[in-house]
Write a protein that binds this ligand. Structure first.
Ligand code: CA
Length: 254
């Protein structure tokens, strides 16, 4: 947005914590262009000061910072007020920690990334976390354990375009009843239990299979594939299931 443009009513304030100026510049420019109001902090210390000055809608957080780790700072943010966090990751071992240890990030983005990708993720996380009537247990609680085979959606509950009827073991998508196999059904319920959360194949096996040890990773892939085809048959324009290459899957309702 040009500096002399009239201020718009709602420009969500975003805290960007990144110590590399070139990366930060790209992020700040992209966010401003897309109607956000970003502040830039280069260290954990500076980020804490910013948080003391104003409240933010979301933080974009680098992991390797000069005075600390983005992981520790994310935990601090979580303990404080549950501010949504998108991690900027550079290395695969960092992604492993984001996904595997379930630090509580709402999303992550791998460097190098396109500005468009970043702003799309920011928008999606804000939509998800600011959605009305969202159960408190879901807000920033991606670390909350989900009992195997007992996902949160209840009979008649809706998740975005999905309507779940556990009594009938059926799911409607845009009001169309999906003709699912038992495993596709349980897989879909597992994903819908925590929209936006990245599940590893192993986690999905535990939640959707009775005998996970007897199955192989690619079984999950195969069922995701057929599930996707069934969703596409109802709505060819969107694919709510997102693949996180090398890590697993999530479902996006935004
Ligand atoms: Ca860094």
């Amino acid at each position: 947005m040009p500096p002399n443009a009239a201020p718009t009513v709602e420009r969500p304030p975003i805290l960007v914590v990144e110590d590399e100026p070139a990366i930060a510049d790209t992020i700040l420019y992209a966010l401003r262009t897309e109607g956000f109001d970003p502040d830039w902090a280069t260290t954990v210390g500076a980020a804490r000061e910013s948080l003391g000055r104003r409240s933010y809608a979301l933080a974009v957080l680098d992991i390797g910072l000069p005075d600390g780790s983005g992981f520790d700072f994310c935990r601090e943010l979580r303990a404080r007020d549950g501010l949504p966090v998108i991690f900027l990751t550079a290395r695969s071992e960092e992604i492993d920690r984001v996904v595997g240890l379930e630090i509580g990030a709402d999303d992550y983005i791998v460097k190098p990334f396109s500005p468009r990708e970043l702003t799309a993720r920011v928008r999606a996380v804000l939509r998800r976390t600011q959605a009305p009537a969202r159960p408190a247990t879901e807000l920033g609680r991606h670390d909350a354990p989900v009992p195997a085979g007992d996902p949160a959606p209840r009979t008649g509950s809706t998740r975005g375009p999905f309507l779940i009827d556990e009594d009938r073991c059926e799911v409607r998508y845009h009001t169309t009843r999906l003709d699912l196999t038992r495993r596709e059904y349980r897989l879909l319920l597992a994903l819908l239990a925590q929209p936006g959360r990245v599940f590893s194949r192993e986690q999905l096996l535990t939640r959707a299979w009775d005998e996970p040890e007897a199955s192989l990773d690619r079984t999950v892939d195969a069922h995701i594939k057929t599930l996707r085809a069934k969703l596409r048959a109802v709505d060819a324009t969107t694919d709510p299931i997102r693949t996180h290459r090398g890590f697993g899957y999530s479902i996006e309702l935004g």
